[in-house]
Design a protein around this ligand. Sequence first.
Ligand code: HPA
Length: 236
Amino acid sequence: MGTPHISAKPGDFAETVLLPGDPLRALHIATTLLDDAVEVTRVRAMGGYTGTWRGRRVSVMGTGMGIPSSSIYATELVREYGVKRLVRIGTCGGVADSLQLGDIVLGIGACTDSGVNRARFKGMDYAAVASYGLLAAVANEAQRQNIAVQVGNLFSADLFYGPDPTMVDTLAAMNILGIEMEAAGLYGLAAQYGAEALTVCAVSDHLRTHQSWSPEQRQLGVDAMVRLVLEAVVGA
Ligand code: HPA
């Protein structure tokens, strides 16, 4: 058995899967944060792992960058492996002036210049939104741990190197918090296949102040965010 992009056996994935873009981050999470993690797939070096957090099963798998790559893995996980909850964990570029490096953004919705949700919705604008249950779980756990999070809209860009230098101003004017490259596709496919999805991002660079995290800060900051997510969606 297997899919074109995942070689795991039926039942190898937990019902909740964390989805970092970077496959090495998936490996890092599996080996340093989860207990008893085993590799369940490794097609095109895109590792997927299943282990436990506080005794409960959870999986983590890299997706690559952008809606096309992440949608392939997320769709196959939901359609073929019975995955119910997809939590993208990653970084975003800060757009809102209220955000500092390292702040955590919960994407309650995701705007995009991608056409994927129009393709799903007969050309109409689909409001790509997170699962309220997952969002509330992470927001509540953050409050319990006294970790500040901001809840708002993300923008999922098709082009990392876009042609329009005024884009950041346009996004800021519409109250977008951060820019990343996957959330809108994930939310659309979760709706299509009846799964729950959430995107949680740490601000790794700021598009207005041009500050950015060092690699060490990125590692530590994302690890802290992942612990929060694990506690909220698996540990509770
Ligand atoms: N653009 C798109 N995706 C990102 C960025 C960005 O500036 N920073 C982190 N992910």
